[in-house]
Design a protein around this ligand. Structure first.
Ligand SMILES: C[S@@+](CC[C@H](N)C(=O)[O-])C[C@H]1O[C@@H](n2cnc3c(N)ncnc32)[C@H](O)[C@@H]1O
Length: 478
């Protein structure tokens, strides 16, 4: 540190620089947006703290140096010290090009500092935003990441601490980006090194590829709508929406959901950026496991309430009803083209499912889910039952949720999940909540279901790695 002066263009209240101790404050030059923060910095004895909007224009802030206003480059020359930028810039948006943190980076580069110590979203290195770092020609002296929750007490996303150096360090290579993963040790309250993850920014995004296949194959009869928020599959009347689930792309919709079901935001679990394999490398075993899994996991929101559910996996024999009780979807033959395309063949989900060969673990999930369907149909407690009630309808009924009371989003073009939240006081369908709503004698049916679903989820996670689809093993199953 004795060779440097430090400049922070978004210093806030100077927490980063405060760590260097009292004697170093004279070498710290801080500018920030809010005058109130400047006042706090002054109270902390940062004499070189000024108010400055760093993104307002091309200018650099001018600090008083021996009575003269000078920019930081000039001050570093006069001090005969190298220039180190330290910053934790503000973020905006999801890593898009206009993200403020990138704008800060692009502007400090113009000062040609010797070192830049930069906090940023780790995802900047996994997205196109990496091009700005490459363009800078700075080398990487170190790159570590952890969770913003432990680092900054924010929510769960990956935050990197990168040290860029003008001369020393590794050249940034898009094909091989090593990032060291740290985790907070609760006892010592220190971040500890766990492992190095290597990312390849150049290759392929499996999820985007599947989305493209879905779009290219959205002919056939419309069944519903998919969302790319967390890959819910829903039945929707709104025909103008783009993300159509049809009889021809259904298998890819189920695949998408069944390989990307994690809702845990902690360590890349929800990020589709770590899916890097080609769709053609997905083995049929993994493909079919994913299809089965997605039928019985949350977000599978086909409903038979107020609409017709055509995604009923079980046969009439299995359910114990008459064959004609189960929905079959007939093509809407209003246009000649539709007739030609669909060959006028009705869609029966049982027939659709029969084309796949399922693993033992997938069959186990199917059978354990069937027990839940049978339990529901046998039980008089649940009213207004229909043989076509979906997994979603049945689990809602069991948990005491009335889906007719769900709010519907009113934005016309909103492609997100069309129903929001649940009714107050009811719990989600899960291992820990089921005991509140069913008799203890019936609990084994549900325990068995959750157990078989976990087994299949673990298998899918393992196969994603084996088939080279997922870059890293997930740290959290769901
Ligand atoms: C993530 S915080 C960094 C906090 C800082 N390290 C601290 O110790 O308080 C980002 C800071 O950048 C400031 N900021 C936001 N936009 C700015 C701008 N255009 N110019 C300068 N500072 C800005 C915010 O006011 C905030 O204090």
């Amino acid at each position: 540190m004795d060779d440097y002066i430090v400049f922070d263009p978004c210093a806030g209240v100077g927490n980063l620089e405060n760590q260097f101790g009292k004697d170093y404050k004279q070498y710290c030059y801080l500018s920030t947006l809010e005058q109130m923060d400047v006042d706090t910095c002054k109270l902390k004895d940062f004499d070189n703290a000024i108010q400055f909007d760093y993104l307002a224009n091309d200018k650099q802030p001018m600090f008083k140096y021996g009575g003269t206003p000078l920019d930081i480059k000039e001050i570093s020359k006069r001090e005969n010290r190298k220039l180190m930028i330290i910053m934790n810039p503000p973020y905006k948006g999801m890593g898009n090009k206009k993200d403020k943190a990138i704008e800060f980076f692009n502007k400090v580069i113009k000062l040609e500092p010797d070192v830049i110590v930069y906090y940023c979203k780790t995802e900047f290195f996994l997205r196109d935003t990496i091009s700005y770092f490459l363009k800078s020609n700075y080398k990487i002296k170190s790159h570590i990441f952890s969770n913003a929750k432990t680092t900054f007490k924010l929510s769960s996303w990956m935050v990197s601490l990168v040290i860029f150096d003008k001369k020393n360090g590794e050249k940034l290579d898009k094909n091989e980006i090593p990032i060291d993963r740290y985790e907070l040790n609760a006892k010592t309250e220190k971040l500890e090194f766990l492992k190095t993850l290597t990312y390849n920014n150049e290759s392929y995004n499996t999820i985007k590829e599947i989305e493209n296949i879905i779009r290219q194959n959205d002919t056939g009869i419309r069944l519903g709508q998919w969302t790319n928020q967390n890959y819910c599959l829903t039945l929707s009347e709104r025909k103008e929406l783009n993300n159509k689930i049809t009889t021809n792309n259904l298998k890819y919709c189920l695949l998408l959901k069944g390989i990307n079901f994690n809702t845990h935001g902690k360590y890349f679990e929800t990020s589709n950026l770590v899916y890097k394999g080609e769709v053609k490398n997905i083995s049929s075993e993994l493909f079919n496991n994913a299809i089965m899994f997605s039928l019985f996991y949350k977000g599978m929101m086909f409903t038979n309430k107020g609409q017709k559910n055509y995604i009923m996996p079980f046969t009439s024999q299995e359910l114990g009803c008459a064959k004609n009780d189960l929905n079959i979807l007939y093509p809407e033959d209003n246009t000649l083209l539709a007739q030609l395309e669909q060959n006028k063949k009705p869609f029966d989900f049982r027939e659709f499912l029969a084309q796949f060969e399922f693993s033992k673990e997938a069959k186990d999930l199917y059978n354990s889910a069937l027990q839940i369907f049978k339990y529901y149909h046998k039980n008089d407690e649940y009213k207004n039952k229909d043989w076509n009630d979906s997994f979603y309808d049945i689990t809602n009924a069991i948990m005491g949720k009335d889906i007719s009371s769900f709010k519907t989003m009113d934005k016309e073009k909103d492609t997100r999940i069309t129903k929001v939240k649940t009714i107050e006081g009811t719990k989600g369908f899960g291992r820990n909540t089921i005991k509140y709503v069913v008799n203890s004698k019936d609990l084994p049916i549900f325990e068995n279901f959750f157990e078989t679903r976990d087994i299949l989820a673990k298998k899918i996670n393992k196969e994603l790695l084996e088939d080279g689809i997922l870059l890293w093993e997930r740290e959290n199953l769901y």
